[in-house]
Design a protein around this ligand. Sequence first.
Ligand SMILES: Nc1nc(=O)c2c([nH]1)NC[C@@H]1CN(c3ccc(C(=O)N[C@@H](CCC(=O)O)C(=O)O)cc3)C=[N+]21
Length: 213
Amino acid sequence: MSAISWDQSIRSFIQQTGSSKPTPGGGSVAALVAALGASMTSMVGNLSTGEKFAEHEPLMTDVLQKMTDLSSVCEQLLADDIRSFDTYMEALKLPKSTDEEKRLRQQTIGQATAAAVEVPLRLMDVCSQAMQHTCSIAEACNKNVISDLGIGAILFEAAAQSALLTVDINLASMKDSDAKHGYAEQAARCMQHIQNARSEVLETVRRRIRGQS
Ligand SMILES: Nc1nc(=O)c2c([nH]1)NC[C@@H]1CN(c3ccc(C(=O)N[C@@H](CCC(=O)O)C(=O)O)cc3)C=[N+]21
């Protein structure tokens, strides 16, 4: 067996996440959950090809490509979140004896906080796009795996709700109230869109599980 297996990576991620080290933190876990959501939608897309689904081929091909791209963004965001939160924790440790040190520390913390908000916000946007694509195949995809499409939708919502909490805790410490309101509004709008699309996906999933068309 090769030294790097998925099993070992998953085990090591889980151990590191559960340790007392601040990162990977909730922001990174949310990115991983979103990537798993993309895997579910991909699996459903990959099982919705061939003669029976011929008329939907362009749609499935497009959604599969989108899931591959969004999954790569999740991978990037997982790493970005570690970097941004580590930077924030480092900024807190800056000296604060003189006025100049205090000013520099506050400025650095402010910048680090903005970055720690923007990473989970980007993840929410990814979840929103992914949810929309998931919704777009709910009627046409293979019924045998419709439950997995629902799982994808649930995971995108869980990832987005988790990212939203991360946005909120960082906004709570933000001083610039204009920026704060801008971020909060963007997050709320995105979450609303995600929840609407999730409801639509799950309604279709449940109807198709019941066997009504
Ligand atoms: N983009 C982003 N990603 C996150 O993952 C993220 C975040 N923002 N914002 C806040 C939450 C919460 N979180 C913490 C993790 C560990 C400690 C931690 O280790 N705290 C120690 C103090 C450590 C020290 O001061 O060195 C303690 O409370 O005793 C704190 C907070 C990560 N989060």
